[in-house]
Structure formats: structure tokens, C-alpha cells
Design a protein around this ligand. Structure first.
Ligand SMILES: [Zn+2]
Length: 601
């Protein structure tokens, strides 16, 4: 059994204003108000020694297009204006999180520039500041170290990558992020997920932490003995985290197992095989040739059966080669001998290909159909990748796919990538402004003990993005049963969907109005849902008024007197029942009780 080393890096967006300007932390997804086009600006002198990852990007010589918005971006995001002072509210939240993670706090917060050359930062660097260090969490008796807690600015969001230029959305740039890293002490995918959940719970215990998909991102570092550190970026779904780790362990284990075989490979030069495909039944290849493209092939001696080996579910060595070629030189179609005949490439085609490439028994081949230059370079990349793999698991950055497999993204960045931000002062952390947040696990207990929510309802409440408004409503409207408030806020939208067959988003404001009315006995529990269900088309105050006006005092009196005269010996409770049934939903129980008492005297 392999003992992996797993570490996590968690990025959580904050719901304060942006970190270094006054723009709101809102991602605009509409058509941009303006587009700015730039080439990468950072100069060699500014960066000192270019590291491997930096070079990787620079070599691509890309143009970048930035989508800007008048309401969510300003000159700071465009790097036309120096950063403003750090957002104090965001800093306080970061300090608070650091405390909850048992970390030591830095004497001075120093904003640093971290080189980022993929265009996602207009300045060519990301601003980041260490806030806490040497922290830890305890999970099921085991201690997991938290070496650093940083506050940093989020990068611009990628809209689209094209071979010529990349498009980024500037509105995400500058949104405050808390970055929390763990030591690589995690030993399984399952524990990894539990650690992420626990840290997520601590983060959500803060006010002003963003919620929902994309607002918290997990990067996972995985290595196994004889493997290498691989960083997996962009795991958004916590439920996939254990699978993601298990699949990476699988990939590294299998790569180690084939390492010796890979050292025995040898390669022919890329050879033009286009003439063999003049009348091909393969649509992809026919399309490429029609566009004046070529098919190039390369013999890989002793590779039979190798390309078809599965590294992760549904992903073979061949996939690994194709993805590497795609990132490096943008190849389109790659075929390998282990998957053919298929895709319209016939057994007769294979015979011809093998002959042209001079393949012997036990040899395999790789084909790339693309523009001539891309195809040739692509085969060189295939060779490079196989050589890399023959030296062991490459240490690199991979991206998480929705099915928990991973794909090659870029080489592992080097270390010397930071230098101080000269436009900003050092900051002495001020704890007078930092109030220590209560953990959601503690809040759940309070909702249970003090407000009488069931254990399950309390758990559901603290997990919900609406937890803050539920707690506020419970504290404010003390005549309404807390569990009724929690259930209504959590489930009203779903119930309306079921009963009224419509989608509706209920705002805090609407909930406040109806619970205020209920608290004052202006409406009943029964007609609360009716009001909510119509709040999308009608003013809530109006709806409440109508409900109140539903039964006039004289009408109510009439019903009560009739009930008393028709049920001479009935008790108070029985009469209440009769009257309420008659006026169901239109009047509050307390109002009926009041008037009934008066008439029974
Ligand atoms: Zn701004």
C-alpha cells in the first residue's frame, strides 16, 4: 500500500469591497463596457531570473484582451493607477481566520508581488500578503499543520483561450482571497476532503465570505514514494476531492510501473504520411487534408501496448501525450497504434503506415493530423513527453476535470517569484477591530439548545447560504417559533415550486416583512406561504394588507356569534377550532381568541 503525501491549498473569496481599490467584489458576466488589448508587460529586468514557468508563458508570446466594466472595474485593475490602501475589512477577516486556525500573526503585514505571467493579472504580478503562520487544525485527534494564511487579490477570470490571444474578464481581478495552505500530512483522499470541509466550515463562519460555486477553490498537492509532487488546480466540487486524489495516486503508481519500459523506447523522425490518406474514411483526417493540412507519423520502437495503458479511468498514456501536445503546440487530432483500427482508419491503412514508418514487431506509432508545422512539432512533443515519463513522474501542475481525472497544464513554477510591493506601506495588524467569529459548529449547537431547533434542522441551517438571515430573523421576531422561521426560509422556494409551479427567489427583505407581520399577528402562518408565493408580482406590504383586510372585525364577530349560538355547550377550544376552520388562513388565531373571549364573558 502506498503512503501518499497530500497537501491542500484553499482559496476563499471575500464579500467585502476589492482589496486594493473601491470597486465592489462583483463578477460581471454581461457584455463588457470596454475591451483593452495588451501584450504581456513585465520586463526581464523587473523579474530578475526568469523561472521555468515564467518562460513557458513568455515563449507563447500571447496577446491578451481584457473585458472591463464601468461599475466593477477601475484604473487599478487596468494597472493604470497605483493600488489604494489595503481593504481593512478584508484584512480583519483574514486575521480572524488566522486566529481560528491557531496561527501566529505577523508583526507587520507586507504586501508582496508574486509574478504571474499568464495574463490573468494586468500588472504581471499578483499582490499577496502573509497574515498568519504556523497554525494547525485538529481533526479526529490528528493534527494537520497550516503553515501559511495569506490575503491576496483574485486574478482576472479566463473567458476564452484562442491560439492568438486570451480573453480575460477584469471584474474578478482584485476580489480579496484568503489563501490557506496545509502541510502535506494528509494521507488519503477521504481525509483530504474532511480537512477541506473543516477549513470551509471555519471560513463560512465569517461574515462577508462569498458562497456558491467558484467562490472557494481547492488546489491539491499529491505525491507518492518514488513519484513526484503534482499540483492539481481548480477543484471546485468538494465531493470530488477524494476521487481526485485517488485517481492521481493511481496515475503516479501506473507511471512508476511503466518507467522501465519507457526507457527502452526509440523514435523515428516525423515522416509525412499524407499521401496514404488521400481517400481516407476518417472524417477528422479528411477535414485536415482538405484544409491543406498534413498527416505526420512517428515510429516508436518497443511501444506496442504502451499507449493503450490506462492511467486513470478512461485516460490512457495516449491521452496524456495528446493533452501535452495540445497545451504545448495546440495539436488537434492524435492517433496511436494501440487504438487503431478505429475512427475510419482501416487495417489496410495500418499496414501501409507501418511499412512507411519501418515498424517491426513490437513497435508502435503515433500520428498527428494538423498543419504541417504543428504536426511535426506535436510529434516532437510526444517524444519529449515520453522521455520525461521515462525519468519518472514529472513534477507539474495539472488541472482537475469534472470527472476527477486530471490533464497536463504547465510545469511546476519555481520558487523565487516574489518581491515587495513598493507602492504600499507596511501595516501593523490591529486586533481591536478583529472580533473573533463563532464557528458554525458552535452556532448549530446554540440553535439547538437555545432556540429549540432539531439537530438536523440546526445542521441544515448552518450549512445554508441563508444562515445569516435565518439567525437574524430568529433573534428579531421572538413571537415566531424559531424552527418555523428556519424551515420557512430554507424550504419556501422549494414548496412554492411544488405548489405554485413557479421559480421564485425570495430576498431577505421579503422574509423580513412577512415575519414582521407574523410577529405582530397581522397574518397567520397559514397565509405566510401564500404571500411569499405572490411576492414576485405584487408588493409584499400590499399582500399583507390584503390578508389583514380579508376578515373585517364585523365579519369576524358575526362568525363568532353564530358559532356560539349553534354550539351552546362547546368549550373555548372547540369554538376556536370551529371559527378558525371557517376563516382558515384569513385571520390570526390570536385575533380570533381575543374576540371570542370577549363574547364568552
Ligand atoms: Zn477597481
Amino acid at each position: 500500500m502506498v503512503k501518499p503525501k497530500i497537501g491542500l491549498e484553499i482559496h476563499q473569496q471575500l464579500d467585502t469591497g476589492k482589496l486594493f481599490c473601491s470597486c465592489p467584489s462583483i463578477i460581471s458576466d454581461r457584455e463588457p463596457d470596454f475591451i483593452v488589448k495588451r501584450f504581456l508587460r513585465a520586463s526581464r529586468s523587473e523579474m530578475g531570473e526568469l523561472d521555468k514557468a515564467a518562460l513557458h508563458e513568455v515563449l507563447r508570446e500571447k496577446e491578451f484582451h481584457y473585458y472591463g466594466y464601468y461599475d466593477t472595474t477601475c484604473l487599478v485593475e487596468l494597472d493604470e493607477e497605483p493600488p489604494h490602501d489595503i481593504n481593512k475589512e478584508a484584512l480583519n477577516i483574514a486575521l480572524n481566520v488566522a486566529k481560528l486556525l491557531n496561527a501566529k500573526i505577523v508583526d507587520r503585514v507586507v504586501v508582496m508581488r508574486k509574478i504571474v505571467l499568464d495574463g490573468s493579472n494586468t500588472a504581471g504580478f499578483q499582490r499577496t500578503a502573509l497574515v498568519g503562520y504556523d497554525g494547525y487544525i485538529t481533526l479526529k485527534g490528528k493534527r494537520i499543520g497550516i503553515p501559511t494564511i495569506c490575503l491576496e487579490e483574485d486574478a482576472a477570470k479566463i473567458v476564452k483561450r484562442t491560439p492568438k490571444y486570451d480573453i480575460y474578464n477584469l471584474s474578478r481581478l482584485g476580489i480579496p482571497l484568503i489563501e490557506i495552505s496545509t502541510t502535506p500530512d494528509i494521507e488519503s483522499g477521504e481525509v483530504c476532503r474532511e480537512v477541506a470541509e473543516h477549513i470551509g466550515m471555519i471560513l463560512r463562519s465569517m461574515e462577508k465570505v462569498k458562497r456558491g460555486l467558484g467562490t472557494i477553490r481547492q488546489d491539491v498537492n499529491v505525491s507518492i514514494p518514488r513519484g513526484a509532487r503534482v499540483e492539481i488546480k481548480g477543484a471546485q466540487d468538494l465531493r470530488l476531492l477524494n476521487k481526485l486524489v485517488d485517481y492521481e495516486i493511481m496515475r503516479q503508481t501506473k507511471l512508476i510501473a511503466i518507467k522501465d519500459r519507457l526507457t527502452k523506447l526509440s523514435f523515428s523522425k516525423p515522416i509525412d504520411l499524407t499521401h496514404l490518406f488521400k481517400n481516407t474514411g476518417c472524417k477528422l483526417v479528411a477535414g485536415v487534408i482538405k484544409q491543406k493540412g498534413n498527416v505526420f507519423g512517428m515510429r516508436v520502437s518497443n511501444s506496442e501496448g504502451l499507449f493503450g495503458l490506462e492511467l486513470q479511468p478512461g485516460k490512457r498514456v495516449g491521452t496524456e501525450l495528446a493533452e501535452f501536445g495540445r497545451v504545448k503546440v495546440g495539436i488537434g487530432g492524435l492517433f496511436h497504434s494501440d487504438e487503431l483500427p478505429k475512427y475510419g482508419i482501416t487495417a489496410a491503412d495500418i499496414k501501409n503506415i507501418r511499412k512507411e514508418l519501418n515498424c517491426k514487431d513490437g513497435d508502435g506509432f503515433v500520428l498527428i493530423a494538423d498543419k504541417k508545422e504543428t504536426a511535426v512539432k506535436g510529434l516532437e512533443m510526444v517524444k519529449e513527453r515520453l522521455k520525461q515519463l521515462s525519468q519518472g513522474v514529472p513534477s507539474e501542475v495539472r488541472k482537475a476535470n469534472p470527472d476527477a481525472t486530471t490533464s497536463y497544464l504547465r510545469p511546476m513554477p519555481g520558487r523565487a517569484r516574489m518581491y515587495p510591493e513598493t507602492d504600499l506601506p507596511l501595516i501593523k495588524p490591529e486586533f481591536s477591530q478583529v472580533k473573533k467569529a463563532r464557528l458554525l459548529t458552535e452556532l448549530a449547537k446554540e440553535l439547538e439548545m437555545k432556540y429549540g431547533l432539531s439537530k438536523d434542522l440546526a445542521k441544515l441551517t448552518v450549512k445554508s447560504p441563508k444562515v445569516d438571515s435565518i439567525v437574524k430573523l430568529i433573534k428579531r421576531y421572538d413571537s415566531v417559533k424559531p424552527s418555523f422561521i428556519a424551515e420557512t426560509v430554507l424550504k419556501a422556494e422549494k414548496e412554492i415550486r411544488k405548489e405554485y409551479k413557479k421559480e421564485i427567489k425570495l430576498s431577505d427583505d421579503v422574509f423580513e416583512k412577512v415575519f414582521d407581520a407574523l410577529n405582530q399577528a397581522k397574518i397567520t402562518k397559514e397565509n405566510l406561504l401564500t404571500i411569499l408565493a405572490h411576492s414576485d408580482t405584487k408588493d409584499v406590504d400590499k399582500l399583507i394588507e390584503e390578508m389583514q383586510a380579508g376578515v373585517s372585525d364585523s365579519e369576524l364577530e358575526g362568525v363568532i356569534l353564530k358559532a356560539i349560538s349553534q354550539n351552546k355547550d362547546a368549550s373555548f377550544n372547540a369554538l376556536m377550532g370551529i371559527v378558525m376552520a371557517k376563516l382558515r388562513g384569513r385571520v390570526s388565531g390570536s385575533k380570533v381568541a381575543q374576540m371570542l373571549k370577549k363574547h364568552l364573558k
